[in-house]
Design a protein around this ligand. Structure first.
Ligand code: AHR
Length: 504
């Protein structure tokens, strides 16, 4: 029977703002350890889209930008420091128009194709299979490959998997060797299509389920986790159909949900220069994912009470109106303090559901949507979202411990805690009040701890962001506001801030 985290039951936030600082009290149940946070919950997503790869990650060996085999060194170094656990490629919608043979062999001979989903831009296919696996090895990440089930065939998909993974003497394995890679690569996760209900083929759930079963039979391999393309946000019937009729053919089920400040795809809201109303509505929209996880999990429970099948939230993040003046369809947007707190809220939610949520992939890694890294020619900026990912590193592989808040008194605090393998207790506190600090008092029930340190991420403006000219406008600082008296931990959490406390 799987371990259920009691933290999932805790209402950690109020959706109503406040004008006065409120004391929030609660208990951290050290004596009731829950599920382990799978490190792959901190995964990334990179798609052939705008400068998400070309320019952002890949510049080619002849570029004036310092690079290693064509991958820009500054970005590689930043990703290595982050220890990216897993990276998903080539899409997204692009996966279902991607034909892998266009991206192997001599780069000069690769065809130029059109990216029909993302601005109709030309795609020179310089970043293909070898480049993706080389890149993943370079940054030390696991690989998540999305198969083309939209415009491809099972034979094409099976050939791709064989080309990548075969250690035998087949013609495909020999072709890979001739193209420069003698050893096979490992596909850690294999995505069976992407958004088949939309750009991936406009399929109905029953049709996709049958097709997915067909593909799975030809591509599944020992040691590879297969991920079926799951629902769009609240489409619970999709989940039910897949779980009822296809659950023996996959290991994880994906869920896609993007946060739009307005909830309206036609006018999503600006990335910067937003008002307090939109700050609040952004988080209201973000919290919808918690109910989605709960409800999809409940359906999964009906068919999989042992929890064999994981939930892979392989696209999440903020989606704003594009930066004015940028190419339509390239999904470029600025990344501010709001995004860092949005990421933190997601992490806390993922921790509360760690028993089912086994992997997630933020959309996207570089230059697209809620990016961790922005590049501008040779210049690179680490975004506030990057710093949020950094601050949560201790939570990887940690054991969730429930946090029970007695009442938030109108405060918008979100608190999550976990015990690391090093024995230390990590507590992440997000204060979504844009104007006021909040006092927090937590009883650490069932543990002998004596010292607290911390880090804080905040800024003077809600839309503060980093840029090449001011790269550290939003960057973590030491937090000295935590106190431990006996078993009581207190902290004064600044307005619009993420605080991560370490208690030992
Ligand atoms: O991340 C951008 C796009 O959003 C992906 O390609 C698609 O899967 C989703 O709709």
């Amino acid at each position: 029977m799987r371990v259920r985290s009691l933290a999932a039951l805790v209402v950690a936030v109020s959706l109503v703002g406040t004008t006065a600082a409120a004391d929030v009290r609660g208990v951290v149940r050290l004596d009731q350890p829950g599920a382990t946070v799978n490190p792959d919950v901190y995964g990334q997503f990179m798609e052939q889209l705008g400068s998400g790869i070309t320019g952002g990650v890949w510049v080619g060996e002849s570029s004036e930008i310092a690079n290693t085999r064509g991958f820009r060194n500054d970005v590689i170094d930043a990703l290595k420091a982050l220890e990216v656990p897993v990276v998903r490629w080539p899409g997204g919608c692009y996966a279902d128009i991607y034909h892998w043979r266009n991206g192997i062999g001599a780069r000069s001979a690769r065809p130029v194709t059109l990216n029909r989903w993302w601005g109709g831009s030309p795609e020179d296919n310089a970043f293909g299979t070898h480049e993706f696996f080389d890149f993943a090895e370079l940054i030390g990440a696991k690989t998540y490959l999305s198969l083309n089930m939209g415009s491809g065939t099972p034979a094409e998909a099976a050939d791709w998997v064989e080309y990548i993974t075969s250690d035998g003497d087949s013609t495909l394995a020999q072709e890979r060797r001739a193209n420069g890679r003698s050893r096979p690569w490992k596909i850690d996760y294999l995505g069976l299509g992407n958004e088949p209900w939309g750009c991936g083929g406009r399929m109905r759930a029953s049709y996709y389920t049958d097709l997915m079963r067909q593909y799975a039979g030809f591509v599944a391999a020992p040691g590879t986790v297969t991920v079926a393309a799951g629902p769009n946000a609240e489409d619970y019937e999709w989940t039910r159909t897949l779980m009822r009729d296809g659950r023996d053919s996959f290991d994880q089920l994906s869920l896609h949900y993007y946060t739009l400040p307005t909830g309206d795809w036609a006018r999503k809201g600006a990335a910067v220069g937003f008002n307090t109303t939109e700050w609040r509505s952004t988080f209201d929209q973000a919290y919808r994912i918690e109910e989605m996880i709960r409800a999809h999990d409940a359906i999964m429970d009906e068919y999989d009470p042992e929890g064999r099948i994981g939930l892979a939230i392989d696209e999440w993040g903020a989606w704003y109106d594009p930066t004015p003046g940028t190419t339509a369809g390239h999904l470029q947007q600025q990344n501010s303090l709001r995004d860092a707190l949005l990421a933190a809220v997601h992490f806390n939610i993922f921790h509360r559901h760690a028993d089912r949520v086994r992997m997630t992939n933020v959309a996207q890694m570089v230059n697209v949507l809620q990016a961790l890294i922005l590049t501008d020619g040779p210049r690179m900026t680490l975004t506030p979202t990057y710093h949020a990912f950094m601050l949560y590193k201790p939570f990887r592989n940690a054991t969730v411990v429930p946090v029970e808040l007695e009442g938030t008194g109108g405060a918008r605090l979100d608190v999550a805690a976990a015990r690391g393998g090093d024995g230390q207790l990590y507590i992440a506190v997000v204060n979504l009040n844009p104007d006021h600090p909040e006092g927090l008092a937590l009883e650490l029930d069932g543990g002998a701890l004596s010292r607290v340190t911390g880090q804080v991420l905040t800024a003077s403006r809600t839309d503060a962001h980093n840029a090449p000219e001011y790269p550290e406008a939003v960057t973590p600082n030491a937090f000295n506001g935590g106190r431990l008296a006996g078993r009581t931990l207190t902290a004064q959490v600044p307005a619009k801030a993420l605080v991560v406390l370490t208690v030992r």
